[in-house]
Design a binder for this molecule. Structure first.
Ligand code: ATP
Ligand code: MTE
Length: 182
């Protein structure tokens, strides 16, 4: 494991939506991610919040910038994971991530299926590029807390393992799990 990196963490929140990016409706999912993180993460962190349209190149290029140029530790995307023609977040992920972490998508869909049968339509996934962990969330605002609650306990230790900055959580909101000695 890389040694602990205790500088203030940098977390990306990337809303991927044609209509939210055009201002047709207000983005509720990006702010929902930030609100959840403000409650859960107790160590210092700053947000890099962006809204972009759906599309392979748009998503790929933004993710590369956030990882390689902005050197974020963690990026949450929301939207573009479904089967519609313009939903291309997973295709962009495949071009960007170096190590897929299939368990994230499996766990988020498993928990989400307790809420809505259409959870099976989300192709959401996660993976590592360099020292950045990228996690996809669906576009629906109601899906944000469900999915974050399902996978966030494993995220602090994943960041430790990839050499990203260390984060701490409020166990009342999200009990991060680090193996003994980590
Ligand atoms: N970022 C968001 N903020 C608020 N509501 C959203 C957001 N993303 C999706 N929704 C809501 O969920 C519904 C279905 O989500 P879905 O991802 O299918 O949107 P979409 O129709 O693909 O969006 P778009 O065409 O803008 O990319 C949308 O019609 C909208 O009401
Ligand atoms: N927890 C949860 N997961 C969910 C949903 C939801 O409402 N709650 N919506 C589903 C629906 S209707 C779709 S089409 C897919 C993909 O959504 P996206 O294209 O906005 O990413 O996410 C699914 N996952």
């Amino acid at each position: 494991m890389a040694s602990a990196n205790t500088a203030s963490a940098r977390i990306g929140i990337l809303t991927i939506s044609d209509r939210a990016s055009a201002g047709t409706y207000e983005d509720l999912s990006g702010p929902a991610i930030e609100a959840w993180l403000r409650r859960a993460v107790t160590s210092p962190w700053t947000a890099d919040y962006r809204i972009i349209p759906d599309g392979f190149e748009s998503v790929r290029d933004t993710l590369v910038t956030l990882c390689d140029d902005e050197c974020l530790d963690l990026v949450f995307t929301t939207g573009g994971t479904g089967p519609s023609p313009r939903d291309l977040t997973p295709e962009a992920m495949a071009a960007v991530i170096e190590k897929p972490l299939a368990g994230f998508g499996e766990q988020m869909r498993r928990i989400s299926l307790n809420e809505v049968p259409t959870a099976i339509l989300s192709r959401q996934e996660a993976g590592v590029r360099g020292r950045t962990l990228i996690v996809n969330l669906p576009g629906k605002p109601a899906s944000i807390a469900v999915c974050l609650g399902a996978v966030f306990p494993a995220i602090p230790y994943c960041l430790d393992l990839i050499g990203a900055r260390r984060i701490e959580t409020d166990p009342q909101v999200c009990a991060a799990f680090r193996p003994k000695g980590a």
